[in-house]
Design a protein around this ligand. Structure first.
Ligand code: DQA
Length: 161
């Protein structure tokens, strides 16, 4: 199973930007932990960060036919991007949205969320640990998909015999 982790604008500045809100971990450290968890749970994990909306849309589209699930923090584009929302909806993969901060407790403009309605689930306000929680959630989703595939294989084999 392959998972693509997509990080939006300014998340490359984690560890530097507003540490009281986003914590002190760098993006590379978060990704290293996610990769380890993936290796322990039969998940290949690819990472992508961009500050550009169109590049994020392109990456989501590339996931179609290539990945089994997406973990995405669209950062500021969460609140504005119909293009990212439409791309998530188009590829129709299990998609977990992560926000490091609790966006519901912050400025009014962060309460608008374009992507949440097209995601499978959202993890908000756990700090960088939210990415680990997303990996645990994704492992569960992948196990459920594998179980369904296994059942389908077995019933096909029974029909053929
Ligand atoms: C964020 C929340 C957004 O409102 C903000 O623009 C970000 C990060 C978060 O992870 O808490 O850049 O997505």
């Amino acid at each position: 199973m392959k998972i693509v982790v997509i990080q939006g604008p300014n998340l490359n500045m984690l560890g530097i930007r507003e540490q009281q809100i986003y914590g002190s971990m760098k993006l590379e450290q978060i990704h290293a932990q996610m990769k380890d968890f993936g290796a322990q749970n039969e998940m290949e994990v690819e990472f992508f960060q961009s500050n550009l909306e169109g590049e994020i849309v392109d990456k989501i589209q590339e996931c179609y036919g290539d990945a089994n699930g997406i973990i995405i923090n669209p950062a500021a584009y969460t609140h504005t991007s119909i293009a990212i929302r439409d791309a998530i909806s188009a590829v129709n993969l299990p998609t977990i949205e992560v926000h490091i901060s609790n966006v519901h407790r912050r400025e009014e403009f962060r309460k608008q969320n374009m992507v949440a309605p097209v995601c499978s689930s959202s993890i908000v306000g756990f700090g960088p640990f939210g990415y680990h929680l997303a990996m645990v959630g994704m492992a569960q989703i992948m196990n459920e998909i594998k179980a369904v595939q296994e059942m389908q294989k077995q019933s096909q084999a029974t029909q053929e015999n």
